[in-house]
Design a protein around this ligand. Structure first.
Ligand code: PMP
Length: 402
């Protein structure tokens, strides 16, 4: 009898099984609005032109080798990543209160941060995630032993942020709880707090000494403006918080499979930063020894070259604009069709996703009758829509909500 006899079957990953279903579908009109990866208007993966240029520079470098990177990653990369999120003039950077560790994309960054907190964060074993959130928040924090709780976020009736309920949960949470906050372009709802609301959130979190753990997977991809998308994180730093930021370069560099990420750490003093960093290195050593090189080399080249950096911003604008255009196009078509309900939330929302408000049973009909694939919660990836399929999509939505 096998030693694995008692291992139960785990459920398949929702997103990846959705994609498998889409691939197997032979209908010519099929639409995949499930997966969260950018697509061009031809619905093809997009290699950023600036990434192609960085590739050429990288592979023309006669000194390129395949040695191990330092345990915490390449310093020019981690420094540039920290600068990108915190801002050139961040008080924390000037006061040497910032450490950064190269991680395996955003997921690895959340995992490294969560594992560190599970060892060294003594104030609370409770970690709060938004309801709803990206499924991996719960997965990762539960895996390293946190009690995962939810804070209200999406208000289905308002089709917007449940701000007061969110603040109330923050007020009632035990002192020093950890709160996972989406820095921008909340996944799955596409709803971000306004600047005024972020100020209110910071105030309550400060009163309750909660620890902010920002997840930043869409900087520059959301609004097309890197500084705008970093506003909340920078505001919290200005307010004197110690915090973690998990950064992913999957979306904003289109480096999904290359797993380029960074964990930016802000503490109260350079003394603390040094000790925290030493433990991060120790942790990283036991988990992965050294981070993967390729994706980070691309990001390193671009972030540290003014001309390429400027070009990257243009590439970001192209991606964010296409998404924003698709929001407008969908809104216009649903309005023109007189589709029952209000749809302005589609253009109000930001980032890769829109939380449409479609119910699980409507989602089912969309799949069975129209070969349109989305998650049961009615979340659509705007990048799955194009000028070619938007009419088909809007008509299908119109049909299922009637
Ligand atoms: N956080 C959120 C909210 C995300 O949507 C994603 C990407 N799906 C990530 C983190 C990180 O993904 P990755 O590990 O591919 O960088």
């Amino acid at each position: 009898i096998s030693v694995f006899n008692t291992v139960p079957q785990a459920p398949p990953d929702v997103i990846f099984s959705l994609t498998a279903g889409y691939k197997a579908d032979t209908d010519p009109n099929k639409v995949n609005v499930g997966v969260g990866a950018f697509r061009t208007d031809d619905l093809k993966p997009y290699v950023l032109p600036v990434v192609k240029k960085a590739d050429t520079i990288l592979f023309n470098n006669a000194d390129l080798d395949h040695e191990y990177l330092p345990i915490a990653g390449t310093p020019s990369y981690t420094k540039a990543a920290a600068r990108l999120i915190l801002g050139e003039n961040s008080p924390a950077i000037h006061e040497n209160r910032v450490a950064a560790v190269q991680t395996i994309s955003g997921t690895g960054s959340i995992h490294t941060g969560a594992t560190f907190l599970s060892q060294f964060y003594k104030k609370s074993k409770k970690c709060y995630i938004s309801k709803p959130t990206w499924a991996n928040h719960r997965n990762v924090f539960a895996l390293v032993g946190f009690e995962v709780e939810e804070y209200p976020y999406w208000n289905g009736e308002k089709r917007g942020l449940d701000y007061e309920a969110m603040l109330n949960t923050m007020r009632e949470a035990p002192e020093g709880s950890i709160f996972i906050l989406h820095a921008c372009a909340h996944n799955p709802t596409g709803v971000d707090p306004t600047r005024e609301q972020w100020q209110g959130i910071a105030e309550v979190m400060s009163e309750k000494h909660h620890f902010p753990f920002f997840d930043c997977a869409y900087q520059g991809f959301a609004s097309g403006d890197l500084d705008n998308d970093a506003w909340a994180v920078r505001y919290f730093v200005e307010q004197g918080f110690e915090l973690f930021v998990a950064q992913s370069f999957a979306k904003n560099f289109g480096l999904y499979g290359e797993r380029a990420g960074n964990l930016t750490i802000v503490t109260k003093s350079s003394e603390e930063t040094k000790r925290v960093f030493s433990q991060m290195e120790k942790l990283q050593r036991s988990e992965i020894s050294n981070p993967p090189a390729y994706g980070s080399r691309i990001v390193d080249i671009v972030l540290n070259d003014p001309a390429l950096y400027a070009e990257w911003k243009e590439n970001l604008k192209y991606m964010s604009n296409r998404i924003i255009e698709m929001r407008k196009a969908l809104f216009e078509r649903l309005t023109a069709l007189g589709t029952p309900g209000t749809w302005n939330h589609i253009t109000d929302q930001i980032g890769m996703f829109s939380f449409t408000g479609l119910t699980a049973s409507q989602v089912k009909v969309l799949k069975e009758k129209y070969h349109i694939y989305m998650t049961d919660n009615g979340r659509i990836s705007m990048a799955g829509l194009s000028t070619k399929n938007i009419d088909y999509f809007a008509k299908a939505v119109d049909d299922v909500v009637r």
